[in-house]
Each structure stands twice: as C-alpha cells, then as structure tokens.
Design a protein around this ligand. Sequence first.
Ligand SMILES: Cc1cc2nc3c(=O)[nH]c(=O)nc-3n(C[C@H](O)[C@H](O)[C@H](O)COP(=O)(O)OP(=O)(O)OC[C@H]3O[C@@H](n4cnc5c(N)ncnc54)[C@H](O)[C@@H]3O)c2cc1C
Length: 414
Amino acid sequence: MTTELVDVLVIGAGPSGTVAASIINKAGYKVKIVEKEQFPRFVIGESLLPKCMEALEAAGFLPAVKAHGFQEKFGAKFVNDSGQIMDFNFSDQFTEGWSWTWQVKRAEFDTLLAEEVQKLGVEIEYKTTVTGIDLGKDKSLISVTTPEGESKQILARFIVDGSGYGRVIPRMLNMEKPSNLPPRKTLFTHIRDTRRNNYIEPNRILIVDHAPGVWAWCIPFSDGVTSCGFVSEPGFFDAFTGTPEEQLRAIIASDPNIAERFEGCEFLFEPRTIQSWSATCDKFYGDGFVLTGNVTEFLDPVFSSGVTLAVTSSRLAADLVVRQLNGEAVDWQCEYMDVMMMGVDTFRTYVMAWYDGRLQKIFFNDYRPADVVNKICSVLAGYVWDEKNEYVKDSENQVNRLVRMIDLSRQIEA
Ligand SMILES: Cc1cc2nc3c(=O)[nH]c(=O)nc-3n(C[C@H](O)[C@H](O)[C@H](O)COP(=O)(O)OP(=O)(O)OC[C@H]3O[C@@H](n4cnc5c(N)ncnc54)[C@H](O)[C@@H]3O)c2cc1C
C-alpha cells in the first residue's frame, strides 16, 4: 500500500474545506483535499450571509464568485399569514461590514470554489472517502478508499475535518453530543418561478411564518428558479398525503403568501426530505486536528447561518493551523472553540426565539426603534461576533427585554 505525505489533509470539498485549504496553501504548505462525492453534487444551504464574504475574500475566491453571476442578495424579508412584514436591508446594519452577498445553487457554487482552489495548486481527490484515522500528535495516518475501491493511506501533519454532515472525526472518536434543539424536518424543491417579477423578492430571502413552529424559505436564483422548502417538527407533514410533490403543492397552496406565486409552477425535482440536522460535539479540536463548518455545530436553517459559520470557522482554523505548523503555540480552546461558540450561541438565541414565538412578536409589530432593527439586522447579516452590539453580546436578555417592552406597549394601547 502506498503512503502519500502532505502537510495538511482536508476532509471534504464543501465551502469550509476549500476556504481552509486555500488559506493554508497560500502560506506555503502542501494541502490535499479528499472528497467523498464527484462534483458537482447537490447540497442544501443556498442563501449566504454578508459576513461570509470576508472568508471568501481571505481565501481569494471573491473575483471568481463575482464573475459567475449568482443572484445578489441584499436582505431578508419575513412575512406572516396576517400580511405583516419585517424587511431587513443589510445596508441598514449596526456593524460595519458587507451589506450584500449571494444566493447560490450549491452544486455550482461549491464546484466553483473547488476549481479555484485547484488552480492554486491544491489537489482534490474526488470519490475518495475517509474510512479510518490513526491520530498522532505530530503526524496522523488517514485511510481512504479510492474511486477504484482500493485502500490507500495518507500521512498528514494536520487534519482539517470539513466533512459537513459526514462528521468524520466526531463519529470516529465518539465526540458527538445531542443537540439541545428538537428534531425538525424539511420538504423542499426548486421551482420555475415564472411569476417572481410580480413580487419584489428576487434580491433577498423570503421567510414565511406559516404557523407556530412551521416556516418556509423562498430563495430566488439568478436563472429564474427559486428554492422553496417548508420546515417543521416532523409530525406537521403527516397531515399531507400523496407523493412528495403532492404534499409540497398542498402545503404551498395552504399559505396565503406564496400560494398564488407558485400555483402550477414546474418543480425541477421531486421534493426531497432532510431531517434531524441539528448536531454538536464536545470539542472542535484535538491533537493534530481541527473540526470546521457543519462538523462543529449546526443549529437550524432559519437564519441561513450554515455556510457563514462554515467559512468563518475554517478561515480562523486555517490561520491557526498555519501558526501551529510555523512552530507557534496555539490555544485552540480560547482562540478557536470559544470564538466559534460565541457566534453559534448568538444564533442559538435567535433560533430559540423564532421557534417559541418571541421573535415573531418583535418582527411583526409596530414598535420598531431604528437602532434596535439595525442591531438585529447585523445578527441576520452574520455579524455575530461584534461585542459592541448588545443584541450579540447580551442577546438573550436584550431579546427578552424587547419582548417585555412590546407586551407593555400593547397593554397600554389596550
Ligand atoms: C434544510 C436546510 C437548509 C439550509 N439552508 C441554508 C441556507 O440557506 N444558508 C446556509 O448558509 N446554510 C444553510 N444550511 C446549512 C448548510 O447546508 C451547511 O451549513 C453547509 O453546507 C456547511 O458547509 P460545510 O462545508 O461545512 O459542509 P458541506 O457543504 O456539507 O461539505 C462537506 C463535504 O464533505 C464530504 N464528505 C463527507 N464525508 C466524507 C468522508 N468520509 N470522506 C470525504 N469527504 C466526505 C461531503 O461529500 C461534502 O461534499 C441549511 C441546512 C439545512 C439542513
């Protein structure tokens, strides 16, 4: 059996893998990516947040992504069945930073990033699955299965696990922990959105608050197609019978915000289901490895935080890997895990508040001081590390305080 030697082996060629690989490669280290699938491959996660532009820029990917012509995204619009609207425009945010980003078909986006990193000299071995890891402090031996079904070994000084839902290292080392969020399910497809110009949505994500605990995303792409999916606890879907297409059509038809827009429009694939996606693990690092992206913790899709947390974590991890390979000491707990948990926990406040209805109270209400809207807007743009923003630093208390003020003003009005 042949053994190849690299400085860093990256598992997975999703955004977190390619961003990390690019940054470590630029520092002069030999990086290789092994990817289980052949690209282009489908993956969910199509609406980006402005904050992710920083990591794409650090990886050198921005010019290529800009040139590709993806749908530009300038905000997030929330609507409910009573016709109330909360329209966040990312240019009205408290934190200084990017005010726009893209909505992307991930098969195209991830392939583009993978091609860019290959141009920089990083080798990607597709259809190559990591099957075992013998971890060592200075070098680890990784066993992979090649496209031909053969086994081979790679010796790496460091491993970046960006395997997303594959969760390679947490599964191998029993690092997985149950999430504190209940299991949820989605039914989704891509729709030829022929009536979209009757609405002003193409340049933002539309989140439809369908019923308590049930919501839908509409993510328009630049080619006239829109991604649409409903999310709920699994039992909600049991009330709808028939094929997945019949079920999704019936759910869409029951929603006053999107029924007309999508009536009779072509579904580009049979609606798919994903469920129980929330996951976390004990530690995001260990001797000779770091976890990035979805492998660390994934909460929930409602605020489109996944890719942003993925590339922000891999950018930070990559800088720390380079420092460690350069012989510097790295405090992975303080410099990596604590930093990432701050961002995850900020989003956790808003995810929890969305599902228990506090956020709807804030969004669908006339009491909207501009400074508060701007600070929440920064969270929704992905700026969840800005400690100057009390809706980041003290998010739970601030959300609760706002809800109390809204309750009070309603009581006074009544
Ligand atoms: C219903 C739903 C909707 C979502 N919507 C959004 C959204 O709108 N916006 C957003 O930002 N995020 C969204 N997300 C989250 C998003 O899907 C992820 O956060 C994002 O894809 C994470 O990127 P990643 O690079 O960490 O992993 P991935 O993109 O999953 O890439 C990991 C790669 O690793 C490879 N791999 C796995 N196992 C192995 C192995 N053993 N060996 C080699 N390779 C392996 C996989 O094939 C894959 O290509 C959504 C998630 C769900 C469930």
